[in-house]
Design a binder for this molecule. Sequence first.
Ligand SMILES: [Zn+2]
Ligand SMILES: [Zn+2]
Length: 218
Amino acid sequence: MLEFSHDIHTHSVYSDGVGGIGDNIGAAEGRGLKLLGISDHSHYLTGRAFNRYIRDINRWKEESEITVLAGIEANITHSGVDVAAGIVEKLDYVIASVHLWLSDPEEYVELVKIALLDENVDIIGHFGASFPHIGYPSEESLMEVIELAEANGKAFEISSRYRAPDVGFIRECIKRGVKLAFASDAHRPKDVGNVSWSERVFKKAGGTREDLLFGEFL
Ligand SMILES: [Zn+2]
Ligand SMILES: [Zn+2]
C-alpha cells in the first residue's frame, strides 16, 4: 500500500495508450490512488484532438471520486519544447521529456536545460532514462540541472517505468527544495498506479509530503 498514492504520468487512447480516460481513472480508483494525471503525448494532440482530449478529461474530473489532473507529455527537441502557449492554459501541468536517441549524455543535459528555462514546463519526465545505455553526464552537469530546476521552480518525476532518476539525484533535489512526483508512465489501465519503485526511492532519499509537487492533494 502506498503512503503517497498518486500517479502523474499515464497515457490513454488519445495518444499511444490503449485505455480510455475513464478506464485509467477506474483503474486508479480501484488501486486506491488519491490523484491521477493523464499526460498524453503532445504530438497526438493538435487542433481538434486537443479540444476533445481536454473536454473528456474535464468531464471525468467532475464524475470522479479522486483528483484528476489534465496534463500533457511534450517533447524536448533542439528547437524547444513542442507545446503551444494556447493549450498550456487549459492544462493543469506540462511534462517535458527527451525522446530523441542521443549518444552523448552531455547533449541530453543541454536539451533538458532548454526545458528548465521554458515557462510552459512544470515537470521533467524520466530524467536520465537513457543514461544506463549511453553513459552518465558529469557530476557538475547534474548539479547544474538541479540548480536550474531550483531557480526556475521546475519539478522532476520519479519514473517507475525507467527507474530514473537515481537516488543520489533525488536526494539532491530534496535538499534544494526541488519538487518531485510519482510516475508509472502506464500505457495500459492495468499499469496505472505502478509507482511503488517511485515511492521506495523517494523515501530512501528522505522525501516527505512537503517534497511532492501535488502533496496537498494526498
Ligand atoms: Zn516519455
Ligand atoms: Zn510517457
